[in-house]
Design a protein around this ligand. Structure first.
Ligand code: NAD
Length: 351
């Protein structure tokens, strides 16, 4: 397959690019506009491969995306480019509406124009894979059953509302125009090359630097944690086997409270990088909660596991150990980002 992938310099997109080049025979063309969240270094190990290419392009530029589609002639599009940080969506929602809603509309229109001109066999085999989040389902109470593909939409943050809108557009383009599109909705990811504004990398880095470890409220919000390379594998399975009109809810069955996550990171660091001043957990500080903070997300991945022949390889503890070791070994990468960020984002905001 020739895969055109959007957002391939991001946290998850770069994991998919690496997985496609290292573990499959597919070709991939990465299009990314290089926002603050882009890390070209994350694909440096595969960038010289003849099956990989890159074009700088804003997904909102329908004509430019159309020209790239006509030149590259992909068999599938994997759409990951988005604004992804909930705190930023609360501070400044406009760019989320532009990229996540209008950007997806732009991609659907460019892809529809390209797809409808394909020869019949290629048109039938073509796939548009929209990568989305479980946050579109809203929040669960402590005893609610986990989300499934049948859970109604009930988004509560500007970020999740913009992603929900984009999911609705994808379904409408499938239903109205027959575009062979499907959606994956996934839980919280963590792992290598994760931008240092999100909970896991922020906690690791702050702890390594002896800074305080901010935890929203009591820290009892629950997320289901999926290691990013496991997600990349699931997404590639989905683009290979996904059914037009389908939805796949992808999760790892690893629910943890935020406080459990932060304490687990402290415990790994106490082992790998003991601090003479005392256990890293002494740095934990509870900060005022995020407005509208959803209490719990958790996915029942049974349908996706069966349909895609996939299950997560890492439990939270093994994935976290790999992640912490990676951040210890890649300090120059995150130090450069932190230096750029100091001016723009107050430290201590967490995902
Ligand atoms: P990210 O913020 O790390 O990366 C996004 C990438 O998209 C960046 O490289 C950025 O430069 C690019 N981009 C942004 N706007 C663009 C535009 N207008 N045109 C072209 N490129 C643009 O995001 P991520 O965490 O890798 O998330 C990828 C996708 O997965 C998103 O759609 C997100 O909603 C979804 N998702 C993320 C998680 C998670 O835990 N991170 C969980 C479920 C779903």
């Amino acid at each position: 397959m020739r895969v055109l992938l959007t957002g391939g310099y991001g946290f998850i997109g770069s994991a998919v690019v690496r997985h496609l080049i290292e573990n499959t025979r597919h070709d991939v063309l990465n299009i990314d506009s290089l926002t603050y969240a882009a890390s070209p270094d994350a694909v440096a190990d595969v960038a010289a491969d003849s099956r990989y290419g890159f074009r700088q392009c804003d997904i909102c530029d329908t004509a430019a995306v159309g020209r790239i589609l006509d030149a590259y002639r992909p068999d599938a599009v994997m759409h990951l480019a988005a604004e992804s940080h909930v705190d930023r969506s609360i501070d400044s929602a406009g760019v989320f509406m532009r990229t996540n809603i209008m950007g997806t509309f732009s991609m659907l229109e460019a892809v529809r124009a390209y797809w409808r001109e394909l020869p019949p066999a290629r048109r039938a085999a073509f796939r548009f894979h929209h990568v989305s989040t479980d946050e579109v389902f809203g929040m669960l109470g402590p005893h609610d059953p986990p989300f499934t593909e049948a859970t109604p939409y009930n988004p509560s943050s500007p970020y999740s509302a913009s992603k929900a809108a984009s999911d609705h557009l994808v379904r409408a383009w499938h239903h109205t125009y027959g575009l062979p599109a499907f959606i994956t909705n996934t839980t919280n990811n963590y792992g290598i090359w994760h931008f240092p504004e999100k909970l896991v990398p922020l906690t690791i880095i702050n702890a390594l630097e002896g800074r305080t470890l901010p935890v929203y409220g009591a820290g009892d919000n629950v997320r289901d944690w999926l290691f990013v390379s496991d997600h990349a594998e699931a997404l590639v399975r989905a683009v290979e086997h996904g059914r037009p009109g389908g939805t796949y809810a992808i999760g790892a069955r690893q629910p943890r409270t935020n406080l459990e996550v932060v304490r687990a990171i402290c415990a790994v660091l106490d082992r790998l990088r003991p601090d003479p001043a005392g256990p890293h957990a002494r740095l934990i500080r509870h900060v005022p909660d995020r407005p509208g903070h959803d209490f719990r997300y958790e996915i029942d991945p049974t349908h996706a596991e069966r349909a895609l022949g996939w299950t997560a390889r890492h439990d939270f503890e093994s994935g976290l150990e790999l992640t912490v070791r990676w951040y210890i070994d890649h300090a120059p990468w995150w130090r450069a980002i932190r230096a750029r960020q100091q001016a723009s984002l107050p430290m201590g905001r967490v995902a």
